[in-house]
Write a protein of this length. Structure first.
Length: 299
């Protein structure tokens, strides 16, 4: 049994899988989620269900929060019964994808308590959270990042760890990463749709582009599923739209004209409006395929 006790608030796809992996690694893990099914699944795997998020934090050396959006994160930390309370002494790892101003507000609230906080968003999908091969992008006090308890949990969950800088830098880096990744994928899917329309075999497109200078992590991870026409959401179009939108908001707050990022956001918004929002991001290929078909049909 690992000496560090861990807690997870938010036992969804990512948080639930992280909790299971920590249990596999020998941690004592406390957890809480508003959904009874998530709590039951966690308990069946050997986790200890706490009465509330605050109860999780009270009982854990390190407390992960993995939540859907900025508004929920802020409410969980600063609302009634919130985690930022004088009775809580833990190191929070805020692993959601949220806006940097929310990070700042939460960090300010935690500053008035005995607890510490790192913004520690991760890259990777549910499968990476399950097997401990995430990439962590961490902001906050460097001494807290280097502390034994924080490192025990971060290293158990992440194959790669990067300290990005002061509070907010981790969440900012996550938004920058996702904007680049989702932009790469859009261009890749548009290109693949054009290649297929020209008559090049899809498998040949994958084989050549995946081994040429055009390739990217986003292309390599999504193209096999596109070839199988498997669009079950790992990372959905709506999540891409949300994350890139947060990056555009960040650019606006810095008076930075994010021209390409804004275009990427508009295209994911279009894909969502066309009915692909709950499908995997690779489904944007269908949007480009439809546009090509419409052009041919109009000739």
């Amino acid at each position: 049994m690992v000496e560090t006790t861990a807690g997870v608030v938010g036992l969804g796809k990512m948080g639930g899988n992280m909790a299971k992996h920590l249990l596999d690694e020998g941690f004592e893990v406390y957890g809480h989620d508003l959904q009874p099914e998530a709590r039951e699944t966690f308990a069946d795997y050997g986790g200890i269900v706490a009465d509330s998020g605050r109860d999780v934090a009270r009982r854990s050396d390190v407390t992960i929060t993995s939540l859907p959006n900025s508004e929920i994160v802020k409410a969980v930390y600063t609302g009634e019964g919130g985690l930022a309370h004088e009775s809580v002494e833990t190191t929070f790892l805020e692993m959601s994808t949220i806006a940097p101003p929310t990070t700042e507000a939460v960090a300010e609230a935690v500053e008035d308590t005995p607890a510490e906080i790192l913004d520690a968003p991760i890259t990777g999908g549910p499968e990476n959270s399950r097997d401990g091969t995430l990439t962590g992008l961490v902001g906050g006090k460097e001494a807290v990042f280097d502390s034994e308890h924080a490192q025990n949990v971060l290293q158990a969950l992440c194959a790669e760890l990067h300290y990005a800088g002061s509070s907010g830098a981790g969440h900012a880096m996550k938004l920058l990463n996702n904007t680049m990744s989702m932009g790469n994928l859009l261009l890749a899917m548009e290109t693949v749709a054009l290649g297929a329309r020209y008559g090049i075999d899809s498998e040949r497109l994958w084989d050549i582009l995946g081994n040429a200078s055009a390739t990217s992590v986003a292309f390599e991870s999504r193209m096999p599923r596109v070839l199988e026409r498997d669009f079950e959401a790992g990372f959905s179009v709506d999540f891409a739209r949300k994350d890139v939108g947060l990056a555009v908001d960040m650019a606006d707050s810095e008076d930075f004209p994010m021209v390409m990022g804004s275009l990427v956001h508009r295209l994911y918004t279009q894909a969502s409006d066309e009915g692909f929002g709950e499908e995997d991001v690779g489904s944007v290929v269908k949007m480009f395929e439809q546009e090509l078909e419409d052009q041919v049909g109009g000739e």
